[in-house]
Design a protein around this ligand. Structure first.
Ligand code: ADP
Ligand code: ZN
Ligand code: ZN
Length: 750
């Protein structure tokens, strides 16, 4: 037995990873990974045991004893500790910040407990129970309870629902020795509502089978990393399910990550239908109790299949055989809070650790991911490409029409809908089929474009569109900070139809109702989806055919499968195309392809109408053809020319403070310090494309001033050293009024 334990204390303010030494008192048993309570100064704190030893470098008299273990088993698997160590290096965070991600938040500080439920069961065998039934015929309620329990044990609350006053009846039966009532831990299940899908696996198509076979071989031989690229409707989910079955058969567990559970209720249904209680669901919309219980079912090995959003990558699955990342291109896999981890990278680490297979799935892989399938990639980064090029049952991909909205305006159509979309909607409803309309308005960013010729105001330095800031009435570049007055007339064609773009879901709803007064319309956006099950309710109603037209933001583009949808309209493709972000073309391509994939998934063929002011843009053109490879080729050229990731790394030190002066002066200090660091190392200086301090694109947010030191580096291994220096600079600034945070390739740059 070890005498001393090294403990990482869970303190929110702790900036370092000091391991504190404690004595393990006689008779207490603790293991690495276990949570403990320990004295710390004058108070008691929680912590994780990270090492055990027989010796102690300190004066033993000064070492204080642990107070108590918090659970009787280690909450953390040993490999999770190793993962946390890797994360603290990779994402420049403390070990305790990484560890905190690995247990349910509610466990910290004991904010959620085990829920107890009383279970009643027969205390005698069937024959004796039969005899008792006859004897007690005078007491109808006792008969009812006994009959119910003869089918199997039941929770007391359930019995009380069936037999009024069952509590008293049970006490009477207990006295006679016929029944036993015990308290048991109740596991709150997040699964609700009836199961709608068939629960047997279909026969795989030859392409699905070939893909599954290849991963299966790797799983048997100690792991591998794959990209499963399948067109929409090609049945990627069935491939995942087959692989999970193989993992389970080999005694292993599996994790399936989805971008956002609320938006993929169908996925959860499928897994529930196929794996029953063997599957657990983890995501942020569960109640704290539900999440805690699901987590424990996984930790105990009762659920070996986990479906969840980003943080489910930390699920305590032992003997992991497989991790699937579905829709791997979604930005939700990158955490927007510290530690800023990427779930795909964490998944990769865990798979390597355990010799498991990693499968990234998408119809539209991110550029960086697809690049990893190229022949010259280093072995440790390499992804093997698996393709599903056909929809199941050889269903055709939908017909995609691109409509030039400038032409529509020329023809005198000032409305939001082009002639093809209007006709499509009418036809679709006449046939009793359903339509989806996508409109992608995002936050507070808008751009300026000409409705006559499609001209968009862009930054001369950065080649991204400028953003209109209503408060100041100016256009700003979100990369370099340049500002400009918005034009009154189009600089290209002189038209006065130049305006700030922005049609919200609400306006689209009004327009549909005006065009088709009899249509039943539902809207899905941040306004209509606030409640806990709001997403599910809107989608289920649409699924049951209670609404004809579903209008929504990006939310409706993801993996939904509604057989009666035959028309999909993208009301304004330009909104994503002109996001102030170098990934705008990629996002546009993904969005159009994904949303088009929602049409014509069953026996009726689908039609897709894309409205745009830039019909010639490669992202629009190639998405209409659903030609991923051609898009990839174009996009890689653009990225290489513009020096954007994955060819470069972009990072910024974001400074926030109450006073603009404080933020500004700290940004200047940081710029100078970073400049000095680079000047001393000419070989590092050469990696730097751009570096400067400036006001952040959104200069004030939530009452605070924001400045940034932006840096763009060639993506070489040595660039890491510069990031580490930036991180060090960040930590140095603790005592100031201003706060600094380092972001590397952030999902946005407001
Ligand atoms: P993707 O995610 O690739 O767009 P899905 O996994 O949603 O595709 O599958 C599309 C549809 O095809 C679903 O309704 C699914 O149940 C069905 N499907 C998939 N594979 C098969 C198969 N082998 N046999 C029959 N139906 C299948
Ligand atoms: Zn113009
Ligand atoms: Zn710029």
């Amino acid at each position: 037995m070890s005498l001393y334990a090294g403990v990482i204390v869970d303190l929110d303010l702790e900036q370092t990873d000091r391991v504190y030494t404690y004595r393990v008192p006689q008779g207490m048993e603790v293991a690495v990974g276990q949570r403990v309570r320990a004295p710390f100064g004058k108070r008691q704190v929680e912590g994780f045991v990270v090492e055990l030893s027989d010796a102690c470098a300190m004066d033993p008299a000064r070492v204080r004893p642990l107070s108590a273990p918090l659970e009787d088993y280690p909450l953390l698997l040993p490999q999770m500790l190793e993962l946390a160590r890797w994360m603290s290096e990779r994402y420049l965070c403390t070990l305790s910040a990484a560890l905190r991600l690995m247990i349910p938040a509610q466990l910290r500080g004991g904010r959620v407990g085990v829920k107890q439920v009383r279970i009643a069961a027969l205390a005698v065998d069937r024959q004796a129970a039969q005899a008792a039934l006859a004897q007690r015929a005078r007491f109808p309620r006792q008969v009812k309870v006994l009959q119910a329990l003869m089918q199997g044990p039941l929770p007391v609350p359930v019995l009380e629902g069936d037999v009024p006053g069952a509590g008293a009846v049970l006490r009477a039966l207990e006295k006679k020795g016929l029944v036993r009532v015990n308290s048991q831990e109740s596991l709150r299940s997040p699964f609700k509502g009836p199961v709608t899908r068939a629960s047997s696996d279909p026969k795989l198509t030859p392409q699905q089978q070939a893909a599954a076979d290849q991963v299966a071989r790797a799983m048997a031989q100690g792991g591998g990393s794959f990209l499963l690229m399948g067109v929409t409707g090609s049945g990627k989910t069935e491939v995942y399910i087959r692989l999970i079955r193989l993992a389970l058969k080999a005694g292993k567990g599996a994790i399936v990550l989805v971008p956002e559970i609320a938006l993929t209720p169908q996925m959860v249904d499928w897994f529930r239908a196929r794996f029953g209680q063997g599957a657990a669901v983890l995501h942020s919309q569960l109640s704290p109790g539900e999440r805690f219980d699901e987590w424990r079912r996984i930790r105990r090995g009762q659920a070996r299949v986990v479906v969840g959003a980003r943080s489910a990558v930390f699920a305590p699955v032992e003997d992991l055989g497989l991790i699937v990342v579905d829709e791997e291109h979604e930005h939700t896999y990158q955490s927007d809070k510290r530690p800023r981890y990427d779930a795909r990278e964490v998944a990769q680490f865990r798979c390597r650790q355990e010799g498991a297979a990693l499968v990234l799935g998408s119809a539209t892989p991110s550029i960086a991911t697809f690049m990893r399938t190229m022949p010259k990639v280093r072995p440790q980064n390499k992804l093997e490409l698996l393709e599903l090029t056909q929809r199941v049952f050889q269903r055709p991909l939908p017909q995609v029409e691109v409509v030039d909205m400038c032409r529509e305006l020329e023809r005198g159509n000032h409305s939001m809908f082009s002639a093809p979309l209007r006709d499509g909607l009418k036809q679709c409803l006449e046939r009793g089929q359903q339509a989806m309309l996508l409109i992608n308005r995002r936050g507070y960013s808008t751009f300026v474009s000409c409705r006559s010729c499609g001209y968009v105001e862009k930054c001369g330095n950065c080649d991204v569109s400028m953003t209109y800031h209503q408060a100041e009435g100016v256009l700003k570049c979100h990369y370099c900070g340049q500002t400009r007055r918005p034009p009154d007339k189009c600089p290209q064609c002189g038209s006065i139809f130049i305006k700030y773009f922005g049609a919200g879901t609400q306006r689209v709803e009004e327009a549909v109702k005006k065009l088709l007064p009899q249509a039943r319309v539902a809207r899905m956006d941040v306004d209509t989806t606030r409640g806990k099950d709001a997403h599910q309710r809107i989608l289920s109603a649409f699924g049951r055919g209670e609404t004809d037209v579903l209008i929504g933001t990006q939310m409706i583009a993801k993996g939904l499968d509604f057989p009666k949808v035959t028309l999909v309209g993208v009301v304004a493709a330009d909104m994503t195309l002109n996001l102030p972000d170098y990934r705008a073309p990629e996002r546009t391509f993904q969005l159009i392809t994904q949303v088009a994939g929602r049409a014509g998934r069953a026996q009726y063929p689908g039609r897709v109408v894309i409205q745009t002011y830039e019909p010639q843009h490669y992202a629009v053109r190639l998405a209409a053809r659903q030609d991923y490879r051609a898009f990839y080729q174009e996009e890689v050229k653009v990225r290489r020319r513009g020096l954007y990731p994955p060819f470069t790394l972009m990072a910024r030190l974001l400074v926030t403070a109450k006073e603009a002066g404080q933020a500004r002066s700290l940004a200047m200090v940081l710029e100078e310090a970073l400049g000095r660091f680079l000047d001393q190392r000419p070989e590092r200086r050469r990696l730097t494309v751009q570096m400067r301090a400036l006001e952040a694109p959104i200069g004030r947010l939530r009452g605070e001033s924001r400045w940034q030191v932006f840096i763009k580096l060639y993506a070489k291994a040595e660039a890491e050293e510069i990031l580490e220096e930036m991180d060090r600079l960040c930590r140095e600034q603790e005592e100031r009024e201003a706060r600094v945070e380092l972001e590397v390739n952030p999902a946005n740059m407001f």
